[in-house]
Design a binder for this molecule. Structure first.
Ligand code: SAM
Length: 229
């Protein structure tokens, strides 16, 4: 059974998409989408030999070798224009690595048209949002899922000539998750709020300027969270 995290990402993949799942590992996401009849073609891209072999095994055990191709390569290098990929999923990596993969590969050497992106960064969500909005993408949907006391954000971005402009707070919390997943959103930010409370409670009394600045930043961050909850 697909994890709640990947199932949440899967919900944003449109019917009949031609998908490239980058960093696919066992290819669970494309396998699920094909078996559910949502798509019938996908590339499962992997840069590391072990996970690439896991993808090959899973695709073959599920008898989906005509629908899903495992390809070994770095990021979007595995995609060619003739594959006509129109949706890219990148899940379970740091946001910075996701942005680097996109920065290197979103060009006409790999795509005829810029694809829809369904991204699930493990960390650095605000940075990734900013990167997208600075690179001709608009964020059109978001959600957050809680799974085993971890919190995962899904960010869906569509190519555009005129990206919208987001405030710092919107970059931090997202624009949509509070509405699309109110319970998990609240749980996530409550958790972060408490975590920072713990860290602050261990701060020693000090006159060190660097520590004082850090402390002030954390207090400010917590206040922002409190206002948003
Ligand atoms: N996408 C799956 C998921 O969300 O469950 C697997 C996530 S796993 C933690 C991250 C995978 O990304 C690893 O298998 C790793 O080898 C792969 N990866 C890391 N950098 C990559 C890159 N530049 N190109 C392709 N795959 C990459």
């Amino acid at each position: 059974q697909l994890s709640k995290r990947l199932a949440a990402a899967a919900r944003f993949v449109p019917n009949d998409a031609r998908l490239a799942d980058i960093g696919s590992d066992h290819a669970y996401l494309p396998v699920y989408l094909v078996k559910e009849g949502i798509i019938d073609y996908a590339i499962a891209g992997e840069v590391v030999e072990g996970p690439y072999q896991s993808a090959i095994t899973e695709i073959s055990e599920q008898k989906l070798t005509t629908n899903i191709e495992a390809r070994l390569g770095d990021g979007l290098e595995v995609v060619q224009p003739e594959d006509q990929i129109d949706v890219v999923t990148i899940c379970g990596m740091g946001g910075k690595l996701i942005a680097e993969i996109l920065a290197r590969g979103l060009n006409n050497q790999h795509f005829n048209q810029f694809p829809l992106l369904v991204l699930q960064p493990n960390v650095w969500e605000p940075g990734l949002r900013k990167w997208l909005l600075n690179h001709q993408y608009d964020i059109v949907a978001e959600t957050v899922v809680a799974e085993h006391h971890k919190y995962y954000e899904i960010i869906v971005a569509k190519p555009t000539e005129t990206p919208s402009s987001w405030t710092e707070d919107e970059l931090l919390f997202g624009r949509f998750s509070k509405r699309t997943a109110p319970e998990d959103f609240k749980e996530k930010w409550q958790h972060v709020y408490e975590q920072y409370g713990q860290i602050l409670s261990h701060f020693k009394e000090t006159n060190n300027q660097e520590s004082l600045t850090k402390k002030a930043e954390m207090i400010n961050y917590r206040n922002k969270i409190k206002q948003c909850l």
